[in-house]
Design a protein around this ligand. Structure first.
Ligand code: XMP
Length: 515
């Protein structure tokens, strides 16, 4: 594939390594993450215009501390060390590193000692930056100039006087560092001279080629959930290997209104995928009858999902070697070797724990990407906008939004109320302003009056939250007039509901879902 110039990021195990790669992509330059000890000869490639050394969780003094390969420091390309990368540069080139008494974590003020460096072009004398380090530099190696300091790290930035070597103690890739993107742009565009020519289309092209090569003549099985991640993963894999991919969509009867139809129309209809769509609602709802405990509901759904999925896989005319998944980078961030060799399946959090005995290799084409990038890929591949920008939906579906045992009547009621809320959010152009919105059906009946008739019907709650990471969330301040219209429509149009309430709880102490 034609990538043009590229930046290599050598990975010392930082949880931010992929974020650096993402920032470089945002600068329209191709980036590649390689192991920290990649042989120097491999890095002597005319397309590699610069190298970034990532941070890392360890100390340079730890036994077996990660390092670069022999000959690395003789390379003649610009090298930027970040945090651990800076400390390694210092130590390997003859400077001194010391263990600081306190670990510094959080915001700090970078004070620049000079305004003539290309790396800090556009910076003020003082800048808020984000630190996360234990060790710090005591003395810069010969030939380096200290260009930035901070309270806890007297050498926060150093630059070689003659060679294109530079290092910083803080993390320019995280959004808390003011001007972090400017610094990376100064390095990538200015110092390394990379042209901003790379596009997301190139990522797709490259990924498709990689999938084709890895899969060969084998087959891939993928569980389609209706969410954006598995949808985009399936499109990428389908683009690569066509009918060697089979998607299985298990309808547990707890989907949103028309969800199964939408999935069938999009994936089978529009994209011509080999889609096995299973209506397993009788099985699921039979097992869930009379179950009220939220955890019990989740367990039953998870187990049954695996049973159905396995049964469908067993009916295929071939044995799939790979299991496709829409795992994103934030999902794998905790695993030590996020980019490492493919593992055999142990657990599968998206669909609730697929058994080891299926013995398939994972194919996760979105492992490098963040959510907004996945959406970008989806749009390029022609995924309809209503699927691309969709709010997340929990695996156990409406079962955790019906606060009681589930039955077909409650499900239908909730689907209608939810569809009204979501449609109206879209109509009022509010859908994209909130992170997740849905209706909840309560196990409470209240008295009301419709026409001349007294009613005694269920209560529906509206839940809408704003969040960036779903770990904490605040309730959305939706306009009163809008809420009034949603409430009126639900009570008028959904038989069985005569009252609508609004959830105004943040997370914590609440959770986003009600169960
Ligand atoms: P909570 O309710 O824990 O939800 O604040 C945080 C986010 O996770 C989603 N969620 C789930 N997703 N299986 C899933 O796939 C589940 O069992 C599950 N429970 C919650 C929830 O919709 C929200 O986006």
């Amino acid at each position: 594939m034609e990538t043009g110039n590229k930046i290599v990021i050598l990975d010392f195990g930082s949880q931010y390594t992929k974020l650096i790669a993402r920032r470089v992509r945002e600068l329209s330059v191709y980036s590649e993450i390689l192991p920290c000890d990649t042989p120097a000869d491999r890095l002597r490639d005319p397309l590699i215009k610069g190298i970034v050394l990532s941070g890392g969780p360890k100390s340079v003094f730890d036994e077996g501390a990660l390092s670069t390969a022999p000959g690395f420091w003789d390379l003649d390309v610009p090298i930027l060390g970040i945090c651990y990368g800076l400390q390694l540069m210092c130590l390997n080139l003859g400077g001194k590193v010391e263990s600081a008494s306190d670990r510094e974590y959080g915001p700090a003020t970078l004070e620049l000692k000079t305004d003539d460096t290309a790396l800090f072009r556009g910076f003020d004398k003082e800048t808020r930056v984000w630190m996360s380090h234990g060790d710090r530099l005591q003395a810069a190696p010969d030939g380096f100039r200290v260009v930035g300091t901070s309270e806890n790290a007297p050498i926060t930035a150093m630059i070689h006087e003659e060679r294109p070597l530079m290092g910083i103690q803080f993390h320019p890739e995280v959004s808390h560092t003011v001007n972090g993107k400017t610094l990376l742009a100064n390095f990538v565009h200015g110092i390394c001279g990379c042209e901003p020519v790379w596009k997301m289309e190139s990522y797709i092209e490259q990924t498709v080629a990689e999938i084709r090569e890895r899969v060969g003549d084998e087959h891939v099985l993928l569980g389609l959930s209706g969410g954006v991640d598995s949808a985009v993963a399936s499109l990428l894999i389908h683009k690569a290997i066509g009918t060697q991919l089979t998607c299985v969509f298990v309808d547990h009867g707890l989907m949103r209104k028309n969800e199964r139809r939408d999935v069938e129309e999009s994936f089978h209809g529009k994209f011509g995928m080999d889609l096995v769509s299973v209506d397993a609602s009788d099985l699921f709802l039979g097992k869930l009858a009379d179950i009220q405990d939220p955890e019990e509901k989740r367990k039953i759904i998870g187990r049954t999902f695996v049973e159905v999925f396995e049964a469908e896989a067993g009916k295929l005319p071939y044995k799939p070697k790979f299991l496709g998944q829409g795992t994103l980078y934030p999902d794998v961030i905790e695993s030590a070797h996020a980019g490492g060799p493919a593992q055999t399946i142990k657990s599968h959090h998206n669909v609730g724990g697929l058994p080891e005995k299926m013995d398939m290799k994972l194919l996760e084409p979105l492992r490098e990407l963040f959510k907004d990038e996945v959406r970008q890929v989806g749009r390029i591949l022609g995924l309809p906008e209503n699927l691309v920008g969709r709010h997340p939906f929990p695996g156990p579906g409406l079962a955790v939004r019906i606060i009681d045992a589930v039955d077909r009547e409650s499900i239908a009621m909730l689907q209608e109320a939810d569809a009204i809320f979501i449609d109206m959010l879209r109509e009022h152009k509010l859908y994209d302003d909130v992170s997740q919105a849905f209706a909840v059906l309560l196990p409470v009946k209240t008295v009301g009056i419709m026409g001349d008739e007294r009613t005694h019907e269920r209560v529906c709650a509206l839940r809408s939250v704003n969040t960036t990471d779903f770990m904490t969330a605040d309730w959305s301040r939706l306009p009163y007039e809008f809420l009034a219209q949603v409430s009126a429509r639900i009570v008028n149009e959904v038989a069985g509901i005569n009252r609508v309430v609004l959830d105004i709880t943040s997370k914590p102490p609440g959770t986003i879902e009600w169960e």
